[in-house]
Design a protein. Sequence first.
Length: 266
Amino acid sequence: MNHFFFLGLGLIVGSFLNVVALSLEREEDFVSRRSACPKCGNMIAWYDNIPLLSFLLLGGKCRHCGEKISWQYPAVEVLTGITFLLVGVYFFDVYEVISWVETGWLFGLFSLLIVIALYDARTMEIPVTLLWIAGAWTLSFLLISDFFGTSGDIGLFSLERTVSGVAAGFGAWVFFAGLSYVSKETWMGWGDSWLALVIGLAVGIPDIVFVLTLAFGIGALYASGLILWYGKNMKTRVPFGPFLALGAAIHILLTQIFPFQYGLPF
């Protein structure tokens, strides 16, 4: 039963994340703004706004003008749904208070990463506001986690996880900031530096090295595909934020699904 709850919650949140990403891109208010068709401007009724189900029932087209609805909408909903399901299944334990905190943190972190990745993919930019929110959200979790410890009992406030996260975030920021400075933002943008800092906070040391390696690997495969199948060249600009977000999500989920030390042997 919990599985359906987490999946359904993820689908609903995914629908909202679509609205947030597009509203930020258009500099619109996503809180009070009602959903409308981007082609004809007609307001979307509640029964046409049910996550995933409405898209399937409408055949991927607007009820009013018949124009195709972007596959981005159901794709983000399904991605968020699956992510929430995995977090709920592998991180949540109803009997452990600390797991409630960690599950809530991951729901928030992954939601922010999805919006950041989507926005970067569409605009080649990363909203600074979202980075600040993600950083503060993650740092707050680390402090709470250190305060309660892995058992959920209040113990010695060691700051072990917080220090590891801050060190990893600072190291990742320095690395990406160096790339951005040397290349004059042709290799990496400053937004990527701050996103790397947030991800470093989330995964700590030494995991940040594996996450960055994975992100660069995924990015290289994607760029190779663009060159081979779409005739792009080495000068084609590719947003790196989605690869950072994907690398972090894969690492965080896999280290819980497969409970052994994987990645770097130190």
